[in-house]
Design a binder for this molecule. Sequence first.
Ligand SMILES: [Zn+2]
Length: 170
Amino acid sequence: MISLFGKAAPIRSVVGHLDDIHQSLLIALPVLRHVGRYRQSTPWATEAGGQLFGIINARQVCVTEASGPYASDERSRHRYRSNPAAAQRAIEDYHTRRLLYLGEWHTHAEDHPSASNLDNDAMRRLMASSQLNSSALLMMIVGRVPGASGLGVWSISSEVICQWSLRESE
Ligand SMILES: [Zn+2]
């Protein structure tokens, strides 16, 4: 499948596993398509990002929608911060559609993304907020390579930060 921009659109969702955890992670196709539009494929592309939404059941964390970026976000080649008011509005909108706020996403100008020092700071802040909400939050980084190998996803709970092993679904 070829998109308008000549890049292959994703045709498989991405699933994730963590050692010792029975719940798996599903990143649905509409999410991959949405974030894929903001991949930093050109040398001048700035980081983009937003929030992740979906549902959680005993077996799976399902990320079904992604929002953002928004006007008046802070965006540069190596930095992204959602406009806080816009992010809050998105969280409320999806809440009325009974979708949970599951975390944050942003792009990186690297093929296979790794968490930067800024990202580690952001994860520590999410850790503090998940202490208040008593639920784990996700942080997804979208690199330049399409598919599972171009994604990084971390789970942040009040106690630990761990990275999901990802693969494309069959
Ligand atoms: Zn980052």
